[in-house]
Design a protein around this ligand. Structure first.
Ligand SMILES: [Zn+2]
Ligand SMILES: [Zn+2]
Length: 159
């Protein structure tokens, strides 16, 4: 964790920004909740536990700055809420998301999988791809499992 904070600090420095204590508290919360896809409000409530004096506007500005510097990606899963997602270190592309329409869970796919698709797009549209976002909407394995279990117990009752 400390080494990642160090590297984020360097990223800020190279863009002539400082890692102020408020910014650092925000970055720590994002690192601690790396797969949680927090909204600005969520981040604010968690940062407040570490730095009670911090205001929502400061957290918001920090998130915008981190987005600009590509430390985080801002995403929207179609519910109108912007969420902040730490970019994985060394990742050439943003990871993919699986959003469950039943329980609302969000899983991540780190594998890129889109190499062939990108080749086709670059060739046929003469478009130089820099990044992409891919969100799948469907039913997650947990909900499948739950549905299967409910089916099984129903069948057993009928026997
Ligand atoms: Zn994610
Ligand atoms: Zn689900």
């Amino acid at each position: 964790m400390e080494s990642r904070i160090d590297r984020i600090k360097k990223q800020l420095h190279s863009a002539s920004y400082k890692l102020t204590p408020q910014r650092e508290a925000t970055v720590r919360v994002l690192l601690e909740h790396e797969e949680d896809h927090l909204s600005a409000e969520d981040v604010y409530l968690l940062v407040k536990e570490k730095a009670p004096e911090i205001g929502l506007a400061t957290v918001y500005r920090t998130l915008e700055l981190l987005t600009e510097l590509k430390v985080v990606d801002k995403i929207n899963f179609g519910d109108g809420v912007s969420r902040y997602d730490l970019r994985k270190e060394g990742a050439a592309h943003f990871h993919h998301h699986l959003v469950c329409i039943e329980c609302g869970s969000v899983d991540e796919i780190q594998e890129d999988l889109l190499g062939d698709v990108e080749k086709i797009v670059e060739r046929d549209w003469n478009f130089k791809i820099k990044d992409h976002r891919l969100t799948f909407h469907g039913i997650c394995w947990r909900c499948h499992k739950k549905a299967d279990e409910e089916d099984t117990s129903k069948n057993e009752e009928e026997k």
